[in-house]
Design a protein around this ligand. Structure first.
Ligand SMILES: [Zn+2]
Length: 304
């Protein structure tokens, strides 16, 4: 079993992809087993021009910036090291996906693992924790000495492997998951938003796009009061309008629905004035088709 951890830089420019800055991994024969071998590679980034505030705080970020390895080289070394291992475990269920997404971005072929194990959920269930515990908390809980700095991929992979000793074996099986091809294709939005537009996505369906909180949230252009659209109206299924009022001011929210080449949806929203022409557009749409927004799912917890 490979226990994997990554450090990466999230970006939001032309491609939505977490660019990997470091791959850390260890091999164990079974959960709780001794660490047999370790892999570490710092990767010089080249996709995103700027580091995110989180990436800037990584303890070893300079080693990545100065690394002689680009992703292609590091990934080739990693696959060599992995050999025939077909099972991958990690703290959460994000890093394996990110790894293969990066490989896909660079056009590198690699077989997906047979299955992956979400050790964070497995550990949480073992100790009856409600939410996703940070790795550092689990390490503390298990009484493992935290002599190595966290958020270095190799150290985190090592800590994760050590924590497997404390995880209930039945729980491990329940926390297995598989990656699909769809998980690993980088998400390409159809186009850049215009100056006054807000872009949100990707969404799996039009309904999800219309109901998402990010598509529905709007601030009154006069007083800044934040509102949430409850109903969209449309004539053509592409441009949607919503009547908005903060109490003191009236305006119209406009949403354009775009489908990306991968079949997912993006919304581009802007605000237009309550002028008679715009009100005509709104009324025409309202007379044609109305879409009431389903309640949004609560936001997913992020790992860090
Ligand atoms: Zn207002």
């Amino acid at each position: 079993m490979i226990v994997l951890d990554l450090e990466f830089n999230s970006g939001w420019y032309s491609v939505n992809m977490e660019e990997i800055l470091q791959i850390g991994a260890v091999k164990i024969d079974y959960p709780g087993g001794p660490i047999k071998s370790a892999f570490n590679a710092y990767i010089r980034p080249s996709v995103h021009k700027r580091l995110s505030p989180i990436a800037r705080l990584l303890p070893e970020v300079q080693s990545s910036m100065d690394s002689p390895l680009d992703f292609r080289q590091a990934f080739a070394l990693f696959l060599d090291w992995v050999g025939d291992e077909r099972v991958c475990a990690e703290w959460g269920r994000n890093d394996v996906r990110v790894l293969f997404k990066n490989a896909c971005y660079w056009g590198l072929e690699a077989k997906l693992p047979d299955y992956c194990v979400d050790l964070q959920t497995a550990f949480g269930r073992t100790v009856d924790a409600k939410n996703g515990l940070p790795l550092s908390r689990a390490v503390e809980y298990c009484g493992i000495p935290d002599s190595f700095v966290f958020h270095d991929a190799l150290n985190d992979a090592m800590y994760t492997a050590l924590v497997t000793r404390y995880i209930d074996e039945g729980t491990l099986k329940d926390c297995a998951f598989a990656l699909t091809e769809r998980d690993i294709h980088p998400v390409i939005p159809p186009k850049q938003p215009k100056k006054n537009q807000t872009r949100s996505g990707p969404f799996d369906s039009r309904k999800q796009a219309l109901s998402s909180r990010s598509s529905r949230r709007v601030a009154c252009p006069e007083c800044g009061t934040v509102l949430c659209v409850n109903e969209w109206a449309t004539q053509d299924g592409t441009v949607f309008y919503a009547r908005c009022s903060c109490g003191g001011h009236k305006f119209i929210r406009r949403l354009r629905m775009m489908e990306a080449p991968d079949g997912r949806f993006w919304t581009y929203t802007d605000t237009i004035s309550w002028s008679s022409d715009n009100v005509k557009l709104l009324s025409a749409a309202q007379n044609y088709a109305r879409h009431t927004c389903a309640p949004d799912k609560p936001p997913r917890r992020r790992r860090r």
